[in-house]
Ligand binder design. Structure first.
Ligand code: NAD
Length: 247
């Protein structure tokens, strides 16, 4: 058990839920933020029936005021917050010539603007309170342009990797670290539900490791980057892509 507190965005399902479970398992108190507050609440209750080690928060990452409300709610309940994991994201498969202005804007709002708001609210708080950790869930698509995920998604995730460096430099001297993890295609519902079976078979065949990625390991990476003694790693990106992209 630790006193440390983490907010995971998009924690109601998929990778975010896996990350929230992992932080809880290693002893963190966990706030699960999601637009689907009921699903987040269900998971929070499963992790901590009395709410002492896990709470759910209604949080739309497109709204800076929601981040502020989440910060205030966490401080009211636990009087501290140490880690923000910007996991909430949205992928949409659309041929590049057909991406509409609305679709492009929505991808940027959910995947990128959210990371700026998280930084402005939690980075500021961490900078003023002796330090903190931010872990941004980017994507292989942000590094190689993506395969099946859509140009708007790939571009927004490239922006996440860039902002990670900008933020990391900004408050490094105040003990705030900002790092990213870039998963390739994971063995998760988001992949199985959105990629047609035949395309998925071809996709997997093209992965040097020969299989989809393991969300539990991505969660372990997030926990590692969030550790108290991880203060010398900042502005970095940990690739988890089965060998699809090496640098
Ligand atoms: N699944 C993969 O293979 C993969 C690969 C690379 C990167 N990623 C990234 O991992 C993260 C999680 O992906 P996933 O596969 O678990 O997706 P998912 O769709 O299963 O889960 C996303 C979660 O984010 C929440 N969410 C969506 N919009 C939100 C908003 N505006 N505010 C708050 N919450 C919101 C959803 O309700 C959901 O709980 C995303 O950032 C995604 O881009 C996933």
């Amino acid at each position: 058990m630790t006193d440390r507190v983490v907010l995971v965005t998009g924690a109601a399902q998929g990778l975010g839920a896996t990350i929230a479970r992992r932080f809880h398992a290693v002893g963190y108190r966990v706030a699960l933020g999601d637009v689907h507050a009921d699903a987040a609440r269900q998971l929070a209750r499963a992790l901590s029936a009395d709410g002492s080690r896990a709470i759910a928060l209604a949080l739309d990452v497109c709204e800076k005021s929601d981040f502020e409300a989440a910060r205030d709610a966490i401080l009211t309940v636990w009087q501290r917050v140490d880690v923000l994991v910007n996991n909430a994201g949205r992928a949409q498969v659309v041929p590049v010539m057909d991406v509409s202005a609305e679709q492009f804007g929505r991808a940027v709002d959910v995947n990128l603007r959210s990371v700026l708001f998280g930084w402005q609210v939690f980075g500021r708080h961490f900078g003023a309170h002796g330090g903190g950790r931010i872990v941004n869930v980017a994507s292989l698509a942000g590094q190689n342009g993506g395969t099946a995920t859509g140009a708007h998604y790939a571009a927004s995730k490239a922006g996440v990797l860039n902002l990670t460096k900008v933020f990391a430099r900004d408050l490094a001297a105040r003990g705030v670290t900002v790092n990213a993890v870039s998963p390739g295609p994971m063995d998760l519902p988001a992949v199985h539900d959105s990629v047609p079976a035949d395309t998925l078979r071809k996709l997997v065949a093209g992965i040097p490791a020969g299989r989809l990625g393991n969300a539990d390991f991505v969660a372990d990476v997030a926990v590692l980057l969030a550790a108290e003694h991880a203060w010398f790693t900042t502005g970095a990106c940990w690739d988890v892509n089965g060998g699809l992209f090496m640098r």
